[in-house]
Design a protein around this ligand. Structure first.
Ligand SMILES: [Cu+2]
Length: 149
């Protein structure tokens, strides 16, 4: 009888313990999912202009240097799958196109490849997003997405 009582108590304790652990595990799982969502949103997946897979319709070279963006105007037809290959000939710059949700660092000797779908016609200002010196503010330009007929 004594043995039986001890067994019951031990079993009950183990049961409570496992129940507690399950609750803790699901909390951990939720925390992991939350962290994953945070990482995804921080990487810009939510805000970014939709990208695409496969071959682009047009590839455009952009050169950033003190203190200009060359060319400073690009025209892209609406609907195009665009690949920008952005290089720097001197220091680190950053290519920002706020209207398209794009902001990428550009290292010298390591071109940045930026892909996006040209969806909505309009003029999208671009600028350097990494302070690079005296005339950093002059590093401006625009991408124009032209309406398809
Ligand atoms: Cu700059």
């Amino acid at each position: 009888m004594n043995g039986f009582r001890i067994w019951t108590a031990a079993d009950n304790g183990a049961f409570l313990h496992s129940k507690r652990r399950t609750a803790r595990q699901s909390k951990t799982r939720q925390a992991l999912l939350g962290a994953l969502g945070l990482i995804l949103s921080m990487s810009g997946c939510g805000k970014r202009t939709p990208t695409f897979s496969g071959a682009p319709d047009t590839v455009r070279q952009i050169i950033m240097k003190k203190w200009e963006i060359v060319p400073n105007r690009l025209e892209i037809p609406q609907g195009a799958r665009v690949e920008l290959v952005v290089s720097s000939t001197d220091v680190e710059h950053g290519l920002a196109l706020p209207g398209l949700g794009i902001n990428e660092p550009v290292q010298p000797e390591h071109p940045a490849v930026i892909r996006f779908l040209a969806q909505t016609p309009g003029t999208y200002p671009m600028h350097c997003s990494i302070a690079c010196g005296r005339s950093h503010d002059q590093m401006r330009g625009e991408i124009v997405i032209t309406a398809s007929r």
